[in-house]
Design a protein. Structure first.
Lengths: 305, 466, 287
């Protein structure tokens, strides 16, 4: 039981503390926010403004919503959005499931062995971009001498035209994306797993929890912020990606692998219709944002944001 | 902990140092007029030579300084396009003339006919110079005209009973070609060990196959003389049916759509194809270099390769078409980001562009690419160079003939029309063509798709209908 | 080790069996992921031929260091490119680890007016595709600030990335607020909390962030390519791309270059491994 006066004092104290914290909050974000505003936000706002213009470096004119209207009338844009969606919806969950499982499997080993595995999963994708593109071309080589085809031959399956046929082109790209992105997710997941205090496992042991129960009730909730991070950045990357598709298939056959990012790229640079490119980019960003909000909502149950 | 702190200090020092060195590099070039140029490695030794070209020029013209930036072929357009969109392009850039209309439309290209001397313009073959014209303006100088056709393996051609010398002189019809490449197929049981014909069509390169061949099918340009869109003609349907037939015959691999340029050349050198595409004159050199290595049993010869004599061949002529050659005209475009550019500067820009495109520079570049110069001063300088050893004279003659058949430039096509045609090409023709090669789109479907897209953009009246 | 069952002494063989199975699975996947790097290294020892000669084989046919000589002989700036990359990547890494973690902590654990808004802004900015933001950024850096061909231009746009702020925030969110509260009651100021509690508890993620940032920056091509016109200001990735010639590519030297450019990443990875294996947990700090 407290006297009213004392109670007021602690309240004031708390308020004062809160204020001080808020001040520190601003100090901590000052430098990041400044560089962010100059080098990230300014270009984004500039692009948003341009989306309402017919942009020519020397004579720009305002066109209102024309760029948006012509984007929504463009049938290819919808097809590209659909392709991008399929690509993301498959690549992101598969990649996350695999990287989460692999991270779990690495845990029981000795530290030194863990490092070796981490290096083996992470470094190659990062360190050999040039070699990677050659290797993937070799893997998907449509002739019987291609890597994947020669493996299939052993099982008596005939050669496939991996990137050349609309049946397999998208799947081939998704597999490529999953493999290329695996390493990053794995090292982030492992960092999260290592941060889980052993007391949680001990408590679960006392309750007689099985391995899967521990994963479900201890590990999964504890790594949720990481999962949210990987899911959202994965969706952002997935929706924006087009380079692999462009290099491997050129968007074909019959636009089966044309990504929204490629259309934006072509508008901006191939046709110099930069205004329309900006409009398409903002529409894409809005779709990504919807996905992100959805993911935050899904995960908001027990983690505070 | 100590080591970590030291590291931090070191980083801070590097950061500071970087700010300073950054400042130093931005030194001014005095009162010289600086002309900037963005250039790809035009030929294998171009990057080495460009420095001495620039040095020689700077010495001769004390008032001008050329500053060159180089970038690889894949990236050079990207950089240029960002710079153009940002309104700060280099003064001179190396581009393919098919991209000219887009830069003109951006408002950044400079009509240098006002700034260049008469002699400069008169130096070039006018047909080729026209490739750098749009409307009434002239926006740069061509460096070379590269005939893009197909090429064959001499031994295999002779085995298949093809009189290649006659073909080089007189060309061939589609039917003759079809028969020839069918004769070129060699089977090992059920598997094909050698294809009659192979064209690299992976990804966006499918466009090359289409555009190089379509010229000989009676559609030399996307627009006819009356500026009507020509690909809606029924000739297109026949053309597509004919191309598909080559795959169905088994003379071309059915995986055509995912064979890239490297793989195609590898398959040519290893004897897996008789005729390859696209073919450039300089392939003769690549093939000969490899033969040389094979002879010396040099381990850097292409694995499993055989000795190959590369023979330049013209593209077959389709029904209703006539013999034409596809000439890729590349050169130096002049640009400016200023609203009111300084005339003196533009004169200097024109001078530099001409310098790079003519004389010794043109001669050396052309020789390295196995091409003939397209300007008088270049030809003069070319004659003084020591000739290429062991050059195949038949090929040289064939290329000369083809050069005379290069389709004329079309500066009369307005930028807006070409922009629409390019969009149809990117968004309809190339994707459908990839589908056609994969056997997923029929010639009829593709033809219909082209017609739909063209009617939408040009109206039925704006298209050829026969 | 708490997640996995601890087998008693008489069940040792079960533990060995389990680990053997897991190891087998991991090794299979590792073999697949290592393959490209293996291919890169063996090809770099091949003769400097053109791309059509790129040998698609698993076993090197011959061994020569010609490609390495070719790479360093190709430009007098070969070493300078590596140095440039080192400077840029190190600076960006240090500034990201310091500032992104500060901002991440602020967004995760401090409540101040506008914190949600600023964080939201950061996320939204990440969602706008790079293709349309690079032109305004280029205009800013080259036309307005006129700093092309400087380290500042190479470094500034990635000095602090939204990605890293987001990553830091997500990790700090799962740190228990209670230790920070009790530290505050004991009179710890916010910077002290970050230094004494958050950083020690987050060594793992901070070193992961350092590695990812360094490697990402080391590998980045397009931006340095846009803002470096002079050869001496190019980074290793930009320099490497110059190996692609007119219609041919010098394959083995390209692989040699890639191998050389990969070396610093390996060194960094293995020198930081101590941190990212420690797995500091709250219990360890409390105890």
């Amino acid at each position: 039981m407290q006297y009213p006066l004392e109670r007021e004092k602690t309240m004031a104290n708390k308020k004062h503390k809160l204020k001080k914290d808020a001040l520190w909050g601003y100090v901590f974000i000052l430098v990041p926010l400044t560089t962010f505003i100059i080098f990230t936000l300014y270009p984004v706002i500039s692009a948003a403004i341009t989306s309402f213009q017919h942009y020519k470096p020397l004579k720009t004119t305002w066109v209102g919503f024309d760029n948006y209207v012509s984007t929504f009338k463009n049938a290819l844009f919808y097809k590209a959005l659909k392709n991008t969606l399929v690509y993301t919806v498959f690549a992101v969950p598969i990649s996350m499931f695999l990287s989460f499982s692999i991270s779990l499997f690495i845990l029981p080993f000795k530290k030194r062995v863990q490092t070796i595995f981490k290096a083996a999963f992470y470094l190659p994708a990062i360190a050999s971009g040039v070699a990677l593109s050659f290797v993937w071309k070799w893997i998907y080589d449509p002739m019987p001498t291609g890597l994947l085809n020669s493996i299939l031959h052993i099982f008596g399956i005939s050669s496939q035209n991996w990137l050349g046929s609309s049946k397999t082109a998208m799947a081939s790209l998704i597999i490529m994306a999953v493999f290329s992105g695996l390493g990053t997710s794995i090292i982030i997941y492992i960092a999260a797993l290592l941060g889980i205090d052993s007391t949680y496992y001990e408590a679960a042991d006392i309750d007689g929890a099985s391995f899967f129960q521990k994963v479900r009730y201890v590990v999964w909730p504890m790594v949720k912020p990481t999962t949210v991070f990987l899911a959202i950045t994965g969706v952002i990357n997935g929706f924006q990606s087009f380079q692999n598709a462009y290099l491997m298939t050129g968007g074909g056959p019959d636009n089966a692998t044309t990504m929204a990012g490629l259309l934006i790229f072509n508008r901006a640079f191939k046709y110099f219709e930069y205004g329309e490119a900006c409009a398409q980019a903002l529409i894409l960003a809005a779709i990504i944002a919807v996905f992100a909000v959805f993911q935050f909502k899904l995960s908001a149950n027990d983690v505070e944001y | 902990m100590k080591g970590k702190k030291l590291w931090g200090f070191g980083m801070a020092a590097v950061m500071l140092a970087s700010m300073f060195t950054g400042k130093i590099s931005a030194e001014a070039s005095g009162d010289k007029d600086v002309v900037t140029a963005l250039l790809p490695p035009v030929s294998a030794t171009y990057q080495d030579k460009i420095n001495s070209y620039v040095e020689a020029f700077n010495k001769e013209n004390p008032g001008i300084e050329i500053q060159v930036t180089t970038a690889s072929w894949e990236d050079v357009t990207q950089k240029l396009d960002v710079q153009v969109n940002a309104g700060s392009p280099p003064d001179i850039a190396f581009i393919g003339s098919d991209g000219l209309s887009k830069y003109v439309d951006s408002g950044m290209a400079v009509d240098i006919s006002k700034y260049a001397d008469e002699e400069m313009m008169a130096d070039f073959d006018q047909d080729i110079l026209n490739y750098f014209k749009n409307g009434d303006g002239m926006y740069g100088f061509p460096a070379y005209c590269e005939v893009q056709c197909i090429g064959g393996n001499r031994q295999f051609l002779e085995e298949a009973g093809i009189d290649w010398k006659k073909v080089q002189e007189e060309g061939w019809s589609y039917d003759e070609f079809r028969e020839a490449i069918n004769n070129g197929v060699v089977k090992d049981g059920d598997d094909v060990s050698r294809y009659g014909f192979l064209f690299a069509c992976a990804g966006v390169t499918a466009k090359d196959y289409f555009s190089i061949f379509v010229r000989n099918a009676g559609m030399p340009s996307a627009f006819d003389k009356d500026l009507k869109y020509s690909y809606t003609s029924t000739k297109m349907l026949d053309f597509l049916t004919d191309l598909r037939a080559l795959i169905d015959d088994g003379a071309m691999p059915k995986e055509l759509g995912s064979i890239d340029a490297g793989k195609r050349w590898n398959m040519f050198l290893t004897g897996q194809t008789m005729i390859t595409g696209k073919g450039l004159s300089s392939f003769e050199k690549s093939a000969r270099d490899n033969n040389e290595k094979l002879k010396n049993s040099d381990s850097s010869a292409v694995e499993n390769s055989i000795e190959v004599d590369y023979i330049v061949l013209p593209v077959p002529v389709f029904d209703g078409g006539e013999q034409q050659a596809y000439g890729a005209v590349d050169g130096y475009i002049c640009l400016t980001g200023e609203r009111n550019p300084d005339e003196e500067h533009l004169k200097n820009v024109a001078k530099v562009a001409y310098y790079l495109a003519s004389g010794e520079r043109a001669a050396q570049t052309c020789q390295e690419l196995y091409l003939n110069p397209i300007c008088e001063s270049g030809r003069k300088a070319y004659d003084e160079l020591s000739p290429i050893e062991g050059k195949n004279e038949d090929n040289t003659k064939a290329v000369q003939t083809l050069l005379t058949q290069v389709g004329e430039a079309r500066p009369d096509i307005p930028a807006e029309l070409s922009a629409n045609a390019i969009k149809i090409e990117d968004e309809v023709i190339v994707p459908k063509f990839q589908g056609l090669l994969a056997g997923e789109v029929s010639p009829e479907e593709m033809y219909q798709a082209i017609k739909d897209a063209a009617y939408e953009r040009f109206g039925e009246d704006g298209c050829v209908n026969n | 080790m708490g997640l996995y069952k601890n087998y008693g002494k008489n069940q040792r063989y079960r533990k060995i069996l389990r680990n053997l199975l897991l190891a087998l699975l991991l090794i299979t996947i590792a073999a697949l992921t290592i393959f490209p790097i293996y291919y890169m290294v063996i090809s770099s020892f091949g003769a400097p031929t053109e791309a059509a000669g790129a040998s698609y084989s698993l076993i090197p046919k011959n061994f020569t260091l010609d490609s390495y000589k070719f790479f360093f002989g190709y430009s007098k700036y070969s070493f300078r490119w590596i140095l440039n990359s080192l400077i840029v990547a190190s600076t960006v890494t240090v500034s990201n680890v310091v500032f992104a973690s500060l901002a991440g902590y602020a967004f995760a654990k401090l409540r101040f007016p506008g914190c949600k808004f600023f964080f939201f802004l950061l996320l939204v900015a990440m969602m706008v595709p790079y293709q349309v933001t690079q032109v305004p950024l280029y205009i800013l850096v080259v036309n307005v600030l006129k700093i092309q061909d400087t380290y500042t231009a190479l470094i500034a746009p990635t000095l602090i990335t939204c990605y890293n702020v987001f990553l830091a925030k997500q990790f700090f969110t799962s740190l228990p607020t209670s230790i920070m509260e009790s530290a505050k009651i004991e009179g710890c100021s916010q910077p002290m909390i970050v230094w004494k509690i958050v950083v020690p508890l987050s060594k793992t993620i901070l070193s992961v962030m350092a590695i990812m940032t360094f490697l990402g920056e080391w590998n980045t091509f397009f931006w340095p390519f846009l803002v470096s016109n002079q050869e001496y200001m190019q980074t290793i990735q930009v320099g490497l791309k110059n190996f692609s010639f007119a219609n041919t590519t010098y394959f083995a030297p390209m692989m040699a270059g890639a191998t050389i450019s990969a070396l610093p990443m390996f060194i960094l990875f293995f020198s930081l491994q101590r941190y990212f294996l420690e797995g500091v947990t709250v219990g360890a700090v409390k105890g």
